[in-house]
Design a protein around this ligand. Structure first.
Ligand SMILES: C[S@@+](CC[C@H](N)C(=O)[O-])C[C@H]1O[C@@H](n2cnc3c(N)ncnc32)[C@H](O)[C@@H]1O
Length: 434
């Protein structure tokens, strides 16, 4: 069995693996994306490479951290994202052709529209059909109180009147960044949970929603667009990765790239933690009309990496990798207790997806190109899944050589696992294409 080389990089990576550091950073801060890493992670990789990359690939774009930071360094980055919310977030962040003048002009038109709103706007401009999105007499629980939803619908309606798609998208992203905060729920790991005492929390009134939106544009977006304009005046045209960011399943979309073109990959795939991004980001998806009915939601889930159990994946073959078959064997006896019957198929499917991705990636990469893959191990029923070793083994069957597995952070497992597994390792796998 291949022994991989582990290196202790806890000091180097501990803080920079979290998006938190990006919260107030130029453009990265437009939307707090907790599942992302920081721009410092990208820069730490650039500073250790012994070549200047010409074409990076980010198969799991998320909020676009990799492509955005590389763009600032004038490096081309092709990126893919299956979730239309993260896709439109990343695309909006990657544009460099906004102007302060146009932003102010469109914001003024929105503010004017908000001065004269339709009293019961939900009757003429309906909220998403998602059952508990808005307070109704027939519901015990709802995500937005009626007045809050009215404020949101007013803004959406006003945004529809903006006659320039790029600013419409930018305003929608700004609106999205407020949604969770003014809702009755919070992101609780795998799902959305109701805030404690949510029925007693002061209701956010319609006018407050308008104010929060305008403040977001004036205090967060506008200063960054001023910066973009300043850089443009100083440097001429700014390089943009906007057109290289694509919507869709990376396993399919990777075929868009030329063979042998990619000389660097920086990425963080969904972890094998049964977190479904179409679930945790469902407010953004529905409120931005990126999902309009349950069929669309089901189709989207089917395209995502098999890291969750929201889809019955069906019988999956088992890749022949010792760490994987050992884990599956240890999990089998717990089958009757599984909180979801798709758990084993998800685990097998996750590594099958990884195998497909690497089998295609090998054709797209230049010899000696590097891959930096950030991922964490998982645990179910006291059985640890050594995701780091399994992915490394898969990669080595596809002409990659794993140089080292860097230990980045120790992640707390769920309370049920704690006794048997004190921590789960989060790592950065560093590979080289042979
Ligand atoms: C861990 S996040 C990436 C975060 C990113 N590094 C950042 O800083 O924002 C993984 C992303 O992969 C996306 N994803 C899941 N399945 C995918 C697929 N088949 N193709 C492309 N993207 C996918 C998820 O929607 C999610 O946004």
């Amino acid at each position: 069995m291949r022994e991989f080389k582990y290196t202790d990089c806890f000091d180097k990576y501990d803080r920079i693996m979290q998006f938190n550091k990006n919260k107030k950073t130029y453009i990265h801060g437009w939307y707090p994306f907790v599942e992302g890493y920081s721009k410092e992670f990208i820069n730490s990789i650039l500073s250790e490479l012994d070549y200047i990359p010409q074409h990076c690939l980010e198969p799991f774009s998320g909020s676009g951290t990799t492509a955005l930071e590389l763009q600032k360094n004038n490096i081309k980055c092709s990126s893919f994202e299956v979730n239309p919310f993260m896709f439109s977030l990343a695309r909006s962040k990657l544009r460099t052709d906004y102007t302060v003048r146009s932003l102010k002009k469109h914001l003024n038109s929105i503010e004017r529209a908000l001065e004269d709103v339709v009293p019961e706007i939900e009757t003429v401009y309906p909220p998403p059909i998602y059952k508990s999105m808005m307070q109704r007499d027939s519901l015990d629980k709802w995500i937005f109180n009626l007045e809050t939803m009215r404020g949101l619908l007013d803004i959406k309606f006003a945004i529809d009147g903006v006659n320039d798609n790029k600013y419409r998208q930018l305003f929608k992203i700004s609106l999205a960044s407020l949604l969770l905060e003014i809702s009755n729920v919070y992101r609780n790991g795998k799902c959305l949970s109701y805030k404690k005492g949510w029925k007693k929390i002061n209701e956010i009134q319609r006018g407050n929603v308008h104010e929060l939106f305008v403040e977001k544009i004036e205090n967060v977006i506008l200063p960054d667009i001023k910066e973009i304009n300043k850089y443009k005046r100083a440097e001429g045209k700014l390089f943009s990765n906007h057109n290289f960011c694509h919507l869709g399943d990376c396993k399919e979309k990777i075929s868009l790239l030329e063979d042998g073109a990619v000389d660097l990959v920086i990425t963080s795939p969904p972890y094998l933690n049964s977190r479904d991004y179409t679930d945790t980001y469902m407010i953004e998806l529905w409120m931005l009309d990126l999902i309009n009915d349950y069929n669309e939601l089901r189709d989207l889930r089917r395209k995502t990496f098999k890291s969750h159990v929201q889809v019955a994946w069906g019988n999956m073959p088992l890749l022949s990798i010792k760490e994987l078959s050992d884990a599956i064997e240890k999990l089998e006896p717990h089958k009757d207790k599984f909180w979801n019957k798709n758990l084993l198929e998800m685990i097998k499917g996750y590594f099958l997806d990884m195998d497909i991705l690497f089998s295609k990636l090998k054709r797209k990469m230049k010899s000696n190109g590097k891959v930096y893959l950030n991922v964490a191990n998982s645990a179910y029923y006291g059985v640890e899944i050594e995701v780091d070793k399994i992915i490394s083994t898969i990669a080595e069957t596809h002409e990659f050589e794993v140089e080292e597995i860097r230990k980045a952070r120790k992640i707390k497992p769920s309370s049920q696992q704690k006794e048997q597994i004190p921590f789960l390792l989060e790592v950065v796998i560093v590979m080289r294409k042979k």
